[in-house]
Design a protein around this ligand. Sequence first.
Ligand code: HPA
Length: 269
Amino acid sequence: MIEKAASYLKIHLPEDRMPKIGMILGSGLGILADFIKEPIIIDYKDIPGFPQTTVDGHAGKLVFGNYQGQWVLAMQGRFHYYEGKDIFEVVFPVRVMNLLGIKILIITNAAGGINESFQPGDLMLITDHINMSGVNPLRGKNFDLFGPRFPDMSYAYDIELREIAMREAEKLKIPLKSGVYAMMQGPSFETPAEIRMLRILGADAVGMSTVPEVITAVHGKMRVLGISCITNMAAGILEQPLTHEEVLKTAEHTKVKFMKLIEAVVSAI
Ligand code: HPA
């Protein structure tokens, strides 16, 4: 199915516009895809074998085109494990990107801040992750075509891409924190006790995405850049309940800064 989907896309893309960078955009940042020039837009529903979005009114689309001088492929609408999707569906687009020859994956998300020096609205460069989701997308028969049975995760978040991001953030005077992202399965937010546990384990931020895609990308030898938008302080840190509305509101307020940084990074790659 992955090969079928990739072949379908290759037929619909001019050879001189094959994307070099893939982008999976988290809450609030999907709008970035609207700034892609000379776009070729393909609905998930038209791609053989491609998973479908479950949220009403959010048509899933792949947007191919030029962004900051680079040929890119952005996913508008991503898949979460908590939606009830099979983990192989969650990472299917990453496999397809791999077969299209994409070598760099930029992935963003909304996350709760565990590190108490963070504030809502901060951006955090992901330096490493802790997979607390209980699933691994590489379970089952290994696809030798993509990578080895036991792939190394020591350098999952590419050091050179992290340096570019830090340099560009500094140039733009956008404060960029860095830290470890822990993935919980969701969809319930964590309890305060779980957040204390994650802090002891070394996590700086927590979210419900990204880790499966990153594991899959690294398996396929893609270089990954991950950035979180800290949309809220994690449960139990502030004396207030957590809401999805707060997450969306902070993501919305942060998107201009976030987009500027991604723009600069893509043009510097
Ligand atoms: N927890 C898990 N996922 C999240 C959070 C959180 O606090 N904020 C945004 N995504």
